[in-house]
Design a protein around this ligand. Structure first.
Ligand code: NAD
Ligand code: UDP
Length: 313
């Protein structure tokens, strides 16, 4: 049966891929976005689809809709963007979660929260299982995002226990691919755009810090599997690619794949920048029969093609 599905943050990087997939699967999709970091270009090709609606709205204000499912993705994800207006970032995560959970409660809709590996902070346990409670600064420059997302998880579990709302909490690890904003300051977009333009590659710190990069198609597959998982399974569940790379390795791959003459230039490591990050995905394998399929090189090749055309637009 056709479901009516709300995607908050639907004009952003992940949201736009999700809207497209949900429409392809025969659903009605309502995309809600305030366009802080999202871009109409990401969803332009969906606008004349009869089953697609776009609403300009900020999740920090309540909204009344009739929906069967909600994917709550609204929140800037790149450090420069979420640190630009940190008070608004916390409001988006916390008040946004309350508004969307209230909507889910009233509609009896199922609701999925796009949480993050940042709930683990600068982790002392490596790699990270869902049971790890994290090492997060409450006062640093990343706290608006990390603590906002942690509080949102708390709200999800309290609405579940107190009101019986059907929840799914997904901890997303670094994801990349087409529709990323070329200038949003994340490492994959920065390195590829710099390499394509022949500019210096900006390496923060000595480049030995690590991340694990998941290609967007794998991530969206995991997200939809989680929404469709058995009712009793709430998560939190890690979704990410467990293959870990240092930023030096990433830069070398990008330079190689673009054939660029760019050189690496070293800058100070930003405050509270996590030194390592790698998901344990055993729970996702068991509950969702999910694991990522796209290798970093293949995903980077597709991303490079996208960024080539994005920087020309
Ligand atoms: P993005 O910045 O591309 O997309 C976020 C979208 O939310 C944008 O379209 C933006 O305009 C919208 N938005 C922001 N504040 C809003 C508000 N108050 N009201 C309505 N819309 C608002 O980021 P993304 O990478 O697509 O991330 C989507 C979600 O996934 C975010 O919640 C993010 O925290 C989470 N996440 C992403 C990653 C990743 O690597 N991409 C990792 C962990 C978690
Ligand atoms: N980074 C970098 N150069 C850049 C952008 C980021 O070296 O131009 C580093 C950053 O310090 C961090 C890693 O790359 O250690 C991942 O950064 P990103 O902002 O993509 O995501 P997050 O830190 O939230 O995982």
């Amino acid at each position: 049966m056709k479901k009516r599905i709300l995607v908050t943050g639907g004009a952003g990087f992940l949201g736009s891929h999700l809207c497209e997939r949900l429409l392809k699967e025969g659903n009605e999709v309502i995309c809600l976005d305030n366009f802080f970091t999202g871009d109409k270009k990401n969803i332009e090709h969906l606008l004349d689809n009869h089953y697609f609606e776009l609403i300009r709205h900020d999740v920090t204000f309540p909204i009344s809709l009739e929906v069967d499912e909600i994917y709550n993705l609204a929140c800037p994800a790149s450090p420069p963007h979420y640190q630009f207006d940190p008070v608004q970032t916390t409001k988006t995560s916390v008040i946004g979660a309350i508004n969307m959970l209230d909507l889910a409660k009233r509609c009896k809709a199922k609701i999925l929260q796009a949480s993050t590996s940042e709930v683990y902070g600068d982790p002392e346990v490596h790699p990270q299982p869902e049971s790890y409670r994290g090492s997060v600064s409450t006062t640093g420059i990343r706290a608006c995002y990390d603590e906002g997302k942690r509080c949102a998880e708390t709200l999800f579990f309290d609405y579940y226990r107190q009101y019986g709302v059907k929840i799914k909490v997904m901890r997303i690890f670094n994801t990349y691919g087409p529709n990323m904003n070329p200038y949003d300051g994340r490492v994959v977009s920065n390195f590829i755009v710099q390499a394509l333009k022949g500019e210096d590659i900006t390496m923060y710190g000595d480049g030995t810090q690590s991340r694990s990069f998941c290609y967007v198609d794998d991530l969206i597959d995991g997200m939809i599997r989680l929404m469709n998982s058995r009712d009793e399974f709430t998560g939190p569940v890690n979704i990410g690619n467990p293959v870990e790379f240092t930023m030096l390795e990433l830069a070398e791959k990008v330079i190689h794949l673009t054939g660029s003459k760019s050189k690496m230039v070293f800058h100070p490591l930003p405050q509270d920048d996590p030194l390592q990050r790698q998901p344990i995905i055993d729970l996702a394998k068991k509950e969702l029969d999910w694991e990522p399929k796209v290798m970093l090189e293949d995903g980077l090749k597709k991303s490079i093609e996208y960024f080539k055309s994005a920087i020309e637009r």
